[in-house]
Design a protein around this ligand. Structure first.
Ligand SMILES: Nc1nc2c(ncn2[C@@H]2O[C@H](COP(=O)(O)OP(=O)(O)OP(=O)(O)O)[C@@H](O)[C@H]2O)c(=O)[nH]1
Ligand SMILES: [Mg+2]
Length: 458
């Protein structure tokens, strides 16, 4: 895999988003990228130019002048894909872009599949699989946390940790396999206590990496926060206070919100999906209201966090919803209308804990503290540290498999299994480890699913 592979075909695609823009970038990669650009750019022999240089001129398709462009030249092997790469920066008219792509195809290129540039980079050993996946994550990143974890992974931080785990295990497996060659002599090259310590250490590492997936998932997909409570508790007012805009209709008529309203909120670089729901009344005869209530309950079930809003001014508000109790661990109880209540009761200061907080959504009192509570509850301090965070479900699954295989090695060691049996399980763990970075042969179907998720042109 370290040997550069050049496919017979040359691929072409628009690398910038489709539609009108200031400029568009068309990317060519492959064996014939240089000869194709020579044919389209007759004023200069670009293929003979020094690599990593820019060239201004006219792109022509036979008699037909298409555009004035800048061509960036990257000669193999120091390129993104490892192959010869040419990037044409043209004017951002979809018509011009299309004409240039068609001209490239006429000269022998073919349209690239989604992610095919990155797939070639992987197959040429320019990136490992975890890094290639980070490219897609980086393109999709929509918050600071998502950006930082993807960038760390792209720069090889995660791969490095896996590589170290793998190398140590490989060394041990090799020693045990050496014993097999001397099986008549009953020697032990691989110290069993050391092996046990190593397996324990790697298990712990795999465990903490897979633990980080919960956070990783949060970083990648955002945290869902359902705002639940009785009608008129102030749920929509709270949503508006979070967003600092009049997003949801607020009124003193109970049952104002009928359907759920979702909006994104960025807290300290992490995205939260706020879901304002219809107020829940235990016994309503209104069919539409009941449908809304059903939806609110469903939202509570699926949410990562529930904000249970309680109206301090509501004299009847002493009971908890019975059905909410099962979600205890993800509930933050929010006592709302605190300022109005204090004025009325002449009381002051309610304590704020991670589980309870008093706010006044209408005045904006306590909203920043509530944001902090939500953030701490889901993300805590981990996000801005250098610790590796697993954000990819495929990696998480591989880590589970690694842990399973290591457990088998551990019990094998405890039962004093012979070397040949131990190596089978060690090799199994190594196989799963290698799957993450693609150091072992990864199934074509798996590669297909990974790269299909990319956009065309990447
Ligand atoms: N004084 C005060 N009034 C509030 C506060 N929050 C909401 N209200 C008022 O309470 C009433 C109901 O507010 P909404 O935000 O519509 O309540 P809701 O929970 O969304 O109600 P439904 O959509 O009907 O379930 C409105 O008249 C708000 O102005 C608050 O913190 N203090
Ligand atoms: Mg409402």
């Amino acid at each position: 895999m370290n040997q550069l592979t050049t496919w017979n075909d040359t691929i072409v695609a628009l690398a910038t988003p489709p539609g009108i823009g200031a400029i568009g970038v068309i990317r060519l990669s492959g064996k014939n990228a240089l000869s194709i650009i020579d044919l389209l750019f007759p004023s200069k022999k670009i293929s003979k130019a020094v690599t990593h240089t820019l060239h201004v001129g006219i792109i022509e398709d036979g008699e037909h002048k298409l555009d004035e462009v800048v061509v960036s030249l990257y000669k193999s092997p120091r390129t993104y894909t490892g192959e010869d790469v040419v990037e044409i920066s043209c004017h951002g008219s979809p018509y011009i872009q299309q004409q240039i792509i068609e001209a490239c195809i006429k000269k022998g290129a073919r349209l690239a599949l989604p992610g095919e540039f990155t797939q070639r980079a992987f197959l040429n050993g320019k990136l490992d699989l975890a890094q290639a996946e980070a490219v897609a994550d980086l393109i999709a990143a929509n918050s600071k946390a998502a950006q930082q974890t993807a960038l760390y992974q792209l720069r090889g931080g995660f791969s490095q940790e896996l590589k170290m785990m793998r190398e140590e295990l490989v060394n041990f497996a090799a020693l045990i396999e050496l014993e097999l060659d001397f099986s008549d002599e009953d020697v032990e090259f691989a110290d069993r206590t050391q092996l046990k310590n190593l397996v324990d250490r790697i298990y712990k590492k795999a465990d903490s990496l897979s633990e980080s997936f919960r956070l990783g998932n949060v970083i990648k997909n955002g945290v869902s926060v359902a705002i639940i409570g009785k009608p008129n508790a102030g749920k929509s007012t709270l949503l508006n206070a979070f967003l600092n805009e009049e997003r949801a209709i607020v009124s003193d008529i109970a049952g104002t919100t009928r359907d759920t309203i979702e909006e994104m909120l960025n807290i300290n670089g992490v995205l939260f999906r706020l879901i304002d729901t219809a107020g829940i009344r235990e016994h309503s005869t209104d069919t539409i209201e009941n449908m809304g209530i059903e939806r609110s309950k469903q939202n509570a079930t699926q949410a990562d966090i529930i904000l249970h809003i309680i109206d301090l001014l509501d004299e009847d508000e002493h009971h908890q919803f019975e059905w909410l109790k099962q979600y205890e661990s993800k509930i933050v109880t929010v006592y709302n209308k605190f300022n109005a209540y204090s004025k009325k009761k002449q009381t002051a200061g309610k304590e704020i804990t991670p589980k309870y907080i008093s706010v006044d959504a209408k005045d904006g009192f306590g909203i920043d503290e509530l944001k902090n509570i939500i953030y701490e509850k889901t993300v805590g301090e981990t996000v801005n540290t250098e610790a590796t965070v697993v954000t990819n479900a495929r990696h998480f699954e591989a880590l589970q498999n690694i842990k399973d295989s290591l457990l088998t090695v551990q019990s094998g060691l405890a039962e004093k299994l012979s070397g040949d049996l131990l190596t089978i399980d060690i090799r199994q763990a190594l196989q799963h480890l290698g799957m993450i970075t693609g150091q072992v042969d990864v199934d074509r179907d798996i590669l297909g699913t990974i790269f299909n998720k990319f956009c065309i042109g990447k």
